[in-house]
Design a protein around this ligand. Structure first.
Ligand code: GTR
Length: 342
């Protein structure tokens, strides 16, 4: 992708931040603050980057997390949520969080897998039977291990959020069976596993940032894309791609992460506090999520979106060779997913 002026400037700022952290943010603490306060303990000012708009369930949960943390820390830890990709697209933001130039972000687990190999597991297709199965896995020891793995990529993984199931949507013709994917160019989140999935269905994967998908659909650069109902609706992709195929090919959770350099600076009490508030934000987000899915489905009905229910077993069969290819790499994770089955 060609760097835009905005990207180039951002890159320059990041470079300066990387050279001298004190030149960024409010001085010290890797750009994250860190001066004493009367009430005891350090004070921090953190930015939390979010790609979705203000009224999206993840953003509302980010804001809940920020408000609650401010309250429970007596105002010492001040998180400002920056929504609508104002701080950049997810991949760029993840790079900046690694360097501590942005302190926190809420992103999909899919772009995270570009920085932490074990997270590629989440992009494998048709892994989970349903939402409950996914959450039993996320809440398992292996789910926690994946969060801990993020330290090798300079992140502190705080909590998973819900992102439902990803489904295909197309502009000209519906996908009703795997054969319908043949020859279609489908936008995916960058990453080998996502691309392999589309190729296994004989389509052609087009990796690009979320913010570019609307115009790619509009100008015919892609024939379709894939996402959960709330993203499909809130991004406006439904205005162009009116066929929605419920195959639930992936259940990729969202994740809340903090730059590990900042995490390491925190006192034990503050670590516990941040972790606690993050854990408490999970049921809040999941509740907001369920409501948003229902609202989005209703809106899709009202707008006359053609929703296609398909035989998922046919799709599973089509991606089987790819699953064999990845089987060895993810034996442990796949076993943990099996163990989370009821
Ligand atoms: C959404 C997810 C975003 C972003 C987007 C995408 O479901 O919430 O964080 O990753 O998908 O497709 O890029």
């Amino acid at each position: 992708m060609k760097p835009t002026l905005k990207r180039t400037l951002l890159g320059a700022v990041v470079a300066v931040c990387a050279i001298g952290a004190a030149a960024c943010g409010n001085g010290g603490g890797g750009g994250g603050g860190g001066s004493g306060s009367d009430s005891g303990g350090e004070t921090y000012e953190w930015k939390l980057a979010e790609t979705h708009p203000k009224d999206y369930p993840t953003t509302k949960a980010d804001i809940w997390f920020a408000d609650e943390l401010r309250k429970r820390s007596d105002g010492r830890i001040d998180v400002q949520v920056s929504h609508s990709a104002q701080l950049g697209e997810e991949r760029d933001v993840l790079q900046q969080v690694q360097m501590g130039a942005i302190e926190m972000t809420r992103v999909s687990a899919s772009p995270v897998s570009e920085f932490a190999d074990s997270w590629r597991l989440f992009s494998l297709p048709y892994l989970f039977d349903d939402e409950d199965h996914l959450w039993r896995f996320l809440d398992s020891e292996y789910g926690q291990q994946l969060l801990d793995d993020l330290s090798s990529a300079q992140y502190k993984g705080l909590a998973y959020y819900d992102a439902g199931a990803r489904n295909f949507y197309t502009v000209d013709r519906p996908i009703e069976s795997p054969a319908d994917v043949k020859g279609l160019s489908i936008r995916v989140i960058a990453g080998a596993v996502n691309a392999d999935m589309i190729e296994a269905l004989n389509g052609s994967p087009e990796p690009m940032d979320y913010g570019e998908v609307y115009s790619a659909l509009e100008t015919g650069v892609v024939d379709g894309a894939e996402n959960n109902e709330p993203s499909y609706v809130s991004s406006g992709h439904w205005e162009i791609a009116k066929h929605y195929t419920r195959d639930a090919h992936q259940r990729i959770p969202e994740v809340l992460v903090l730059s590990s350099s900042l995490w390491e600076e925190l006192s034990e009490e503050d670590k516990q506090l941040v972790q606690e508030v993050a854990a408490d934000s999970v049921p809040v987000q999941r509740d907001l999520w369920d409501k948003e899915v229902q609202k989005s489905i209703k809106m899709m009905q009202d707008e006359g979106i053609e929703v296609h229910d398909v035989d998922v077993a046919e799709f599973q069969q089509a991606v089987e060779p790819m699953m064999e290819q990845y089987g060895d790499e993810f034996t442990e994770g796949l076993n943990a997913i099996d163990a989370a089955r009821e």
